[in-house]
Design a protein around this ligand. Sequence first.
Ligand SMILES: [Zn+2]
Length: 255
Amino acid sequence: MHFLDAHCHLDHAEFQAPGILDLIIERMRQAQTTAVTHGTDAQSNRNQLALVKKYPDALKAACGLDPFHATTESLEKHMQFLETHKAHLTAIGEIGLDLHYFGPETLPRQKEVFEAQLAFAEKTKLACVIHTRKAVDEVLSTLPSYHGVHVLHFFLEKKHAAKALDAGCYLSLPTVRSKDRTAIIKNSPLDRLLTETDSPYGWDKDEFGKPQLNEPSNVREVYAHIAQTLDKDLKDVQDQILKNAEKVFQWKNDE
Ligand SMILES: [Zn+2]
């Protein structure tokens, strides 16, 4: 593996047209990219396991119940699913808290679902990939109660970076160019950064303002930005991110 996409959703409806996913996986192979594809609810968690079975050389699976489904799905059934399939998971995700799309009245249920999965990850020694939107403080005040490896995904909040690093989190940088991303790269140890696309999201808009489809091989853009910002060789950045991935997801060298 030369490039890591630590967070994407390859079962998304956008990738369902015939042949699209085969093409995207082929481009990943050519770019030597490994991606962790994430579930968000019961159906998509099953989809991730099927994808990893189909493309074992390119994909790893993470399963989780995210804030968007925390209030509508059964936590008990989800926890049974994780227990049954834990041997096939590389991480628990996508999980987290969201106070952008959801009001504070949903927070107790969001926290119940989030914390059950943090506890499961602690027990099974799996990393957690965490969504925080307008809820970084709530997430960071919850994490100290749980041991383990915690990755904040799509992390672009410069003002929270120091606090998140102090809490021991890894910061996963997306394929979105921003001044905050530059500042985070400059001010974070490289051994605490990961790279992701959040495909199909997180890419440029076309000339009509419509978001274009993102795909894991685009993650090389984040590597180029890190190398340029730190004035390092791309190869050195690749080596360090690979080391980080091996540590976070407990991958062996030959994978
Ligand atoms: Zn996501």
